[in-house]
Ligand binder design. Structure first.
Ligand code: AP5
Length: 214
């Protein structure tokens, strides 16, 4: 089963993709994570400059990353695209890729959110520097202050693009360039919407219903 999770920055795409990965034995493919992991390379450095401004990385770069990744054997069991596609050009490139590989999209899930809540969600977010476990200043603090619940690590980090000014630019890019994908996928009958303003467990339930009802 191959899925896309769409939604503005901070909507919970990563949170829900990780849950789906575990529950459904799928592979999470987050272009944001992949670009951050490439930070030491020339491509990664160029991408970081765009990401730090809240702008999208060039289509050709992310398309080639995804093309290479979905060709690997683990993706044969199914994947969740988290943060890709983000432009119509990326969506069309994905269509071609899937057709060439004989793959189908089961569902495109839009996590719908009010912009106002997103800034608070994103600027409060931090993660364990050792294992990546995610936390939030207000909504999810470690059980023991300063110690990661998952691995016991004591170093935490925040993303360079998780500040108010850059979040504004990221939201602008989403509305201008990614929102047009909603009618694109709706017209094909694969789009389903969930309310991202609800609790995490509730959003997970809504997503499961959409997938299983498909
Ligand atoms: P990326 O890393 O994909 O960032 P994003 O889309 O801005 O999304 P986030 O990771 O910030 O949020 P999320 O929706 O995953 O939410 P999360 O689950 O973390 O991309 C970063 C940059 O890379 C882009 O700006 C761009 O420059 C570049 N890029 C990436 N892909 C690209 C592409 N295809 N083309 C071009 N450029 C690309 O949740 C957020 C917080 O809220 C967490 O603290 C979480 O615990 C909390 N939370 C989640 N759900 C809930 C809930 N229901 N209730 C309360 N809290 C919740």
């Amino acid at each position: 089963m191959n899925l896309i999770i769409l939604g503005p920055p901070g909507a919970g795409k990563g949170t829900q993709a990780k849950r789906l990965e575990e529950a459904r034995d799928l592979v999470q493919l987050s272009t944001g994570d992949m670009l951050r992991a490439a930070a030491g390379t020339a491509v990664g450095k160029k991408a970081k400059a765009a990401m730090d401004r809240g702008e999208f990385v060039e289509d050709e770069v992310v398309v080639s990353i995804i093309e290479e990744r979905i060709g690997l054997s683990d993706c044969q069991r199914g994947f969740i695209l988290d943060g890709f596609p983000r432009t119509l050009a990326q969506a069309k490139a994905l269509d071609e890729m899937l057709e060439q590989k004989g793959l189908k999209l089961r569902k495109v899930i839009e996590i719908h959110m009010d912009d106002g809540v997103l800034t608070e969600r994103i600027t409060g977010r931090f993660a364990c520097a050792a294992c990546g476990e995610g936390y939030h200043d207000k909504y999810r603090r470690p059980r023991v202050e300063g110690t990661c619940d998952a691995c016991g690590g004591s170093e935490f980090s925040r993303r360079d693009d998780d500040n108010e000014e850059v979040v504004k630019a990221r939201l602008g890019a989403y509305h201008a360039q990614t929102a047009p994908l909603l009618p694109y996928y709706r017209a094909r009958g694969v789009l389903g919407e969930v309310d991202g303003m609800n609790e995490v467990d509730d959003v997970t339930r809504q997503i499961s219903q959409l997938i299983d009802g498909a």
